[in-house]
Design a protein around this ligand. Structure first.
Ligand code: SIN
Length: 430
C-alpha cells in the first residue's frame, strides 16, 4: 500500500517508455538534475536493441558521405527524409566515439576500428562487436543508466495510455505487471521508445512483448502516425518448426561472403542487394521449389572468421542441430523492423506537445520504405540524444489530467490496443 501510495503521487520531469538504446540514450543525455523514470514492459534485457547482431554504421571517412547517403536513400527507395539522413550521417562518427568513451568494445584491426559490410552498402562501414553488437552497446548504456542518481529504471511495467490535458501530454498510465496495479504518473515530458511491432506477427525476430504500444496510444489520441505498412522482413532467420521468436543470421554473414542457395545448391540472388529485394527473391525461390526454406552456406566466410566474428550464430546453429562450419543452414525471411511509426521531427517531437517518440517507435523518415542494414542503432542513439537536448531546453507540461482506472482494468483493453495497431498496418497496406 505504501508502495502504491508513492506511485500514485509520482511526478517526474520526464517519463521514458522503453529501455532499449533509444530510451537509454535519451535518459543518459538528460541533464543530471532532471528526474526521469525509465520503464520497460519486460526485463531490462528484453529489448530488441539487445538482439542486434550485425553492427552500427559510421561514416567511414569524409569522402564516404555521398556514398553512405546514396546507399541509405537507394535502400529506402528514395522515400527517406533527406534532412534526417544527412543529420544521422553527420553525427555518426561522434556517436561511435561517445560509445567508445562509455566503454563499448568494437572489433579492432591493426589498432584501428575494423569495418564489416552488409547488403546494399557500397563499402564496409559497419563497426561491430562479434555478432552481438546490440548487446555490447545496450548493456553499457544500461549499466551507466543504473548508476545515475536522477534516473529510476523500472522493469515489468506496461504503459497503458498517455495522460493528456488540453491537447498536451502530461504523463502516462502504467501497470505493474507483477501486482497488476494501475497508476498514473505525471511528467513534464513523455517519451515513447517502445520499439517495433514484431510481437504482432507470427514470425518475427523481435521479442514477443513488442506490440506497438507507443503506436496504439498515439493512434487513440490522434497523434500523427506515418507509413504503418512499412514493415521490413529480414531475409535470413533460422528455420525452425517451433513457435516464438525467430533467430537472426546476420546480414554481415553475407557481407563476409556467405551464399544463399536453393535445393540444387545453386545461388539464385545477389546476396548483397537491399533486404527487401533479397527477401522477395527468397520467397520466390521457396514458392518455385515448394519448400519452407532456402539455405545459407556459411563456408565461404571461412572457419576462422566464423568462429571469431560469429560465435553466437555458430553456437545457436549447433544447438538446433546444424554444423554451420560444414553444412548449409535452412533459413527463411521473418518480420524484423518497422520503418513506419509515430511521426517525429529532427528532435523527436511528435504532433502532440510534450510527447516525444524515438527509435523504432518513431518515423522521422530516415529509413524511407526499407532500412539500410545497421542504420537502426545509429539512428536511435542520435535522434534520442537530440530529443534529450530539446527536452532540456524546452518547457514542461502543466495540467491536471483526468484518470479513470476502471477503463484500464478491462482485460480487453490491451487486446484493443493490438487491434488498433494491426488495423492501421492493414489500412495503410491496401
Ligand atoms: C543483421 O545483423 O542482419 C541485422 C542488423 C540490422 O537489422 O540492421
Amino acid at each position: 500500500m505504501e508502495h502504491a501510495q508513492l506511485q500514485l503521487n509520482a511526478k517526474y520531469d520526464v517519463v521514458i517508455v522503453g529501455a532499449g538504446v533509444a530510451g537509454l540514450s535519451l535518459a543518459l543525455h538528460l541533464p543530471e538534475d532532471c528526474r526521469a523514470l525509465v520503464i520497460c514492459k519486460g526485463g531490462l534485457e528484453e529489448s530488441d536493441s539487445f538482439l542486434a547482431q550485425g553492427g552500427i554504421c559510421v561514416l567511414h571517412d569524409k569522402n564516404d558521405f555521398r556514398s553512405y547517403y546514396e546507399d541509405t536513400m537507394r535502400a529506402g527507395h528514395f522515400e527517406n527524409n533527406p534532412a534526417t539522413v544527412k543529420c544521422m550521417i553527420e553525427h555518426s562518427r561522434e556517436t561511435i566515439d561517445e560509445l567508445l568513451s562509455l566503454g563499448v568494445r568494437f572489433a579492432m584491426e591493426n589498432g584501428a576500428l575494423a569495418y564489416t559490410r552488409e547488403g546494399a552498402h557500397s563499402r564496409p562501414r559497419i563497426v561491430f562487436h562479434e555478432d552481438c553488437t546490440g548487446k555490447e552497446i545496450t548493456s553499457h548504456l544500461l549499466a551507466h543508466a543504473l548508476k545515475r542518481t536522477n534516473l529510476t529504471v523500472r522493469p515489468y511495467t506496461t504503459m497503458l495510455d498517455i495522460l493528456t490535458d488540453n491537447g498536451s501530454c502530461c504523463g502516462v498510465v502504467l501497470k505493474d505487471n507483477k501486482s497488476g496495479e494501475i497508476f498514473p504518473v505525471r511528467a513534464g515530458n513523455t517519451v515513447l521508445a517502445t520499439g517495433g511491432v514484431g510481437g504482432l506477427f507470427r514470425h518475427s525476430t523481435n521479442f514477443r512483448i513488442l506490440t506497438g504500444d507507443g503506436l496504439a496510444v498515439s493512434l487513440r489520441h490522434g497523434v500523427a502516425v506515418d507509413h504503418a505498412d512499412y514493415i521490413q522482413f529480414h531475409p535470413t532467420t533460422l528455420y525452425t518448426k517451433g513457435r516464438g521468436r525467430r533467430f537472426l543470421l546476420s546480414e554481415s554473414l553475407r557481407g563476409e561472403g556467405a551464399h544463399l542457395i536453393n535445393k540444387k545448391g545453386e545461388r539464385f540472388v545477389d546476396e548483397l542487394l537491399p533486404r527487401d529485394v533479397v527477401t522477395e527473391a527468397i520467397y520466390r525461390e521457396m514458392q518455385k521449389e515448394g519448400s519452407d526454406f532456402v539455405r545459407i552456406d556459411l563456408r565461404p566466410v571461412g572457419e576462422e572468421t566464423l568462429l571469431s566474428h560469429f560465435p553466437t550464430i555458430v553456437n545457436r546453429c549447433k544447438k538446433e542441430g546444424y554444423d554451420a562450419l560444414k553444412d548449409p543452414v535452412p533459413v527463411l525471411p521473418s518480420q524484423h523492423y518497422f520503418m513506419g511509426g509515430v511521426r517525429s521531427d529532427l528532435f523527436g517531437r511528435t504532433t502532440m506537445p510534450h510527447l516525444y517518440a524515438v527509435g523504432e517507435t518513431c518515423c522521422n523518415g530516415v529509413h524511407g520504405r526499407n532500412r539500410l542494414a545497421s542504420n537502426s542503432l545509429l539512428e536511435a542513439i542520435i535522434f534520442a540524444k537530440r530529443a534529450a537536448e530539446d527536452i532540456a531546453k524546452g518547457t514542461s507540461a502543466e495540467g491536471e489530467p483526468q484518470f479513470n482506472a476502471e477503463l484500464y482494468s478491462d482485460r480487453r483493453y490491451m487486446k484493443n490496443n493490438r487491434q488498433t495497431v494491426l488495423k492501421e498496418i492493414n489500412r495503410e497496406n491496401k
